[in-house]
Ligand binder design. Structure first.
Ligand SMILES: [Zn+2]
Ligand SMILES: [Zn+2]
Length: 157
């Protein structure tokens, strides 16, 4: 009787401890485009949905990703490196990307780090994507799906 009373709470403690360690061991959430979230906010809000951007990592490159709308904010040089890496590591799908959605060029968004207007323009390489850049901050902002589109587009790799 006395032993039983002492065992129950300690079993419960053990159980709770094992649940806590399981939680810690579980992998970090992943962004839709394949990057892993480091679960750390970067202190700036998504220009699209106002959710706080989180640090993400993809192929050794860091970016700020939106956990809600899956947009991604890159430093320009990191973005160039990542696209090159992703294109080199994927085979040419042979699938022509959909034509550029010209209405996307009319969308005006604010750079979340300096609050000036993004320049919205067609991406210079294959992929027919419309991207946002801020030359002041040297960052590139991509909507959900655009990174994949650029990485998979046929063309030189
Ligand atoms: Zn968002
Ligand atoms: Zn800026």
């Amino acid at each position: 009787m006395h032993t039983h009373d002492q065992e129950s709470p300690s079993n419960l403690d053990n159980f709770l401890a094992s649940v806590a360690s399981l939680k810690q061991a579980s992998p970090a959430p992943r962004f839709d485009e394949g990057g892993q979230s480091l679960n750390r906010g970067v202190g700036v809000l998504c220009p699209k949905c106002q959710c706080e951007l989180q640090i993400g990592e993809l192929a050794g490159c860091q970016f700020a990703g939106c956990p809600s709308c899956q947009s991604m904010l890159f430093q320009q040089d990191v973005f160039a490196m990542l696209i090159q890496h992703l294109r080199a590591s994927k085979k040419d799908s042979g699938i022509m990307p959909e034509p550029m959605d010209a209405s996307q060029l009319q969308v005006r968004r604010i750079c979340p780090t300096c609050t000036s207007l993004f320049e919205t323009h067609a991406y210079g390489g294959p992929g027919n994507a419309v991207i946002d850049t801020c030359t002041t901050c040297a960052v590139v902002f991509l909507d959900q799906g655009e990174l994949t589109k650029l990485a998979n587009a046929p063309g030189r790799r």
